[in-house]
Each structure stands twice: as C-alpha cells, then as structure tokens.
Design a protein around this ligand. Structure first.
Ligand code: MRU
Length: 356
C-alpha cells in the first residue's frame, strides 16, 4: 500500500447535503476518474455496473446510498421517512445478490434508524450518515487487521496466486486478500504475486495489477488458464482470494474461477486461503448451497470489453461467482485471526458472536 497516497474507492464528501466520491473502476487502468454520486438511483447503477465492486465496498456503497435515498423527506413526517427508508433499502437490495456485505450493511442502517426512532427526521438522518461512515471506517480497520494476521503466511521468496481483485479497490482501504501482501511488502519481504486476469471482466488484469504495481509489489499477470501451469512449475506456494459470502460451515462464494483454483491448488498440494472480514460471513446460512449466485449479462462474454468476441446469437452461461467447499480451504484470514482448519465449529468459535 502506498501509505502517502492510499486508494480509497468510496468516500462521503461533506455533510448531510454532501455526495459520494467513487473511483469509476470500469475505466481502470486506462483512466483514473472520480465520479460524484448524488442520488440512490445513480448508486444502484454504480453497484450494478461494477463502478464500485468487491463485497466490502458494495456494503459501504449500499450504506451511503441509503443516506442519499432518504434525503429530502419531509422533516416533520417521521412515519413517511421510515416508509421511504424501507423503499430505499428494498431497492438497493436488488442491485447485486451475492455479496452478503450489501445486505449486512442495509440491516445495520435499518437498525440504526430503529435505535433513533421517535427522535425526528433530522436526527435520524444525521445518525444514518454517521452509521454509513462508521461502516466505511470499520472496514478499513478490519482490512488492516486481516493484513496483520495474514502477513506471516507470506514468507521471503514465496509465490502467491490471487484471483479477481480483493484489494483496496474492493474495500474501504487496504483490501482483504491483498492486505497480507501489503503488510509483508512493508516488512521488507520479497515475494511474487501471480494475478489471474479473471474473465470476463478482468478485475485481476485491470485492477489487481494496477494496485500492486502502484505499491511496488512484484506482480505477474497470467491468463486464468495458466494457473495450473504456474502451480506445476512450482512457482506458487499459496493461493489467497477474497470472498463475497461465507456460510457457517466455511463454504465460500467468490469470483467465478475461484472454485477451479481451489481444486487445482488441492491437486498440487498448495494451501488455499480465503481472506474476509466478519461482515462477509452469513452465519444463518448452514452451507454454500443456499448462496444466491448472480448471473451477468451474456454480452459481457460476447462483447468482452466492448469488442465482438463471439457471435451475437451464441447462448452463454455467465455466473459471476462460484462456491468453494470448505474442505478445499486451508484457512480463512479474518480481522479476528486465522480460522484453521475450516469447519462449522472453528468458524463459530471465531465469529459466533458477530452481530450486524
Ligand atoms: O464482481 P466483483 O468484482 O464485485 O467480484 C469481486 C470478488 O469476487 C472479490 O474477490 C470479493 O468481493 C472480495 S473483495 C474484498
């Protein structure tokens, strides 16, 4: 991490009448552009089209989107304000289905409003903005801790493979899977990161290499299909990915391709780790079977990055995420510590008392 110039993909600017400043991630690495989001519809769209993406960042976006959505309600009508809050949260819930952080953050916003019931619209609005900012700040702190807990896994001279982007861009700051790399780099360890390009939207190629390169970390971009080869060549000592939703038994949903990587890592005897904050755990969900998997527009495959890459009429299947069974995961790095081995009992021992 470039400490003097950190990457903060989402920030609230100003007071209640302020706006959200977002890094427009669809333009990276060609262009670094900050966009201004002033209403909940624009925030919904930014989440949907991946201008802001990555589970923790989506949660922050939903929280800040809630504040934007309830602005302008009649100050004297608390009941009307509550109805609008429900409407806004229901709307934001439809933006993307897999990352549980979105639902977790909205639950926190509703609870915050409940806790301030009867105090008037102005005070509840102020509390909601404070809650959204707290969600952002707590995420930054959790990511820092994940970095500290995960850094001992990255030893001098090792090779780490990662998938998609679970870095600063996907969180408030620092990232989850990339946080241990930032800490290890700061400690002076020399290591190499293999970044999968991550088809179809190339978060690994566009975002992870940009982030790691900016921090001065040795990163090699590979096609997704090269992962098996670099493993067989002995270049990879461990895999670390992020997560979008982790069930009570440790089954983990993450970017499509993660499950395949875990199978490959198992076949080559390479430890496979997941890094995620407690906000990514869905403890009421017993296992990965129940995780809703988003399907994306087929044109993201047929017209990769705007160019025709397949015939218009070809049928496509494009799940955005897959589920890696807990049995293939060596450990889960959380802000509270490393869960290893991964089982219902170890997850519950570390996170059992998590509340939204
Ligand atoms: O579709 P995306 O880009 O939102 O998918 C992101 C991922 O799958 C990340 O690995 C995950 O959200 C963890 S982010 C810290």
């Amino acid at each position: 991490m470039n400490e003097s110039n950190p990457i903060r993909p989402i920030e609230w600017v100003g007071g209640l009448d302020g706006h959200v400043a977002l890094i427009e991630q669809t333009l990276l690495p060609e262009k670094f552009k900050i966009i201004r989001v002033e209403d909940v519809e624009t925030m919904w769209d930014a989440i949907r089209r991946l201008a802001v993406r990555g589970a923790p960042a989506i949660g922050i976006a939903a929280a800040m989107g809630t504040v934007l959505g309830v602005r302008g309600c009649d100050e004297g009508d608390e009941a009307g304000f509550r109805r609008r809050l429900t409407e806004v949260c229901d709307y934001l819930r439809t933006s993307r289905p897999t990352a549980v952080n979105l639902f977790w953050a909205l639950e926190r916003m509703v609870k915050c409003a409940d806790d301030h019931r009867g105090r008037g619209v102005a005070e509840i609005s102020k509390a909601l903005l404070g809650e959204a900012q707290a969600i952002r700040d707590e995420d930054a702190a959790m990511c820092r801790k994940i970095g500290e807990h995960g850094a001992p896994l990255i030893t001098d001279g090792c090779g780490v493979l990662t998938h998609c982007n679970a870095g600063a861009l996907a969180t408030a700051e620092y990232g989850t899977a990339l946080a241990p790399m930032y800490v290890a780099h700061k400690l002076g360890r020399a290591f190499r990161v293999y970044a999968d390009e991550t088809r179809p939207l190339l978060q690994g190629a566009r975002l992870t290499t940009w982030e790691l390169g900016r921090a001065g970390i040795d990163v090699i971009l590979i096609c997704d299909s090269t992962a098996a080869v670099v493993m067989r060549e002995g270049k990879v000592d461990l895999v670390i990915t992020g997560a979008d939703r982790i069930a009570a038994n440790g089954d983990t949903a993450n970017k499509i391709g993660t499950y395949g990587l875990a199978v490959l890592a198992d076949a080559h005897g390479i430890p496979f780790y997941v890094a995620a904050p407690s906000s990514t755990f869905d403890l009421p969900l017993a296992d990965g079977e129940g995780i809703p998997i988003e399907e994306r527009d087929p044109d993201e495959i047929r017209r990769g990055m705007g160019r025709q890459t397949a015939p218009d009429e070809v049928s496509c299947y494009s799940p955005a995420f897959d589920v890696t069974p807990a049995s293939l995961i060596r450990g889960i790095i959380t802000e509270r510590g490393l869960i290893e081995p991964v089982s219902g009992a170890s997850v519950s021992a570390m996170l059992g008392n998590c509340e939204p």
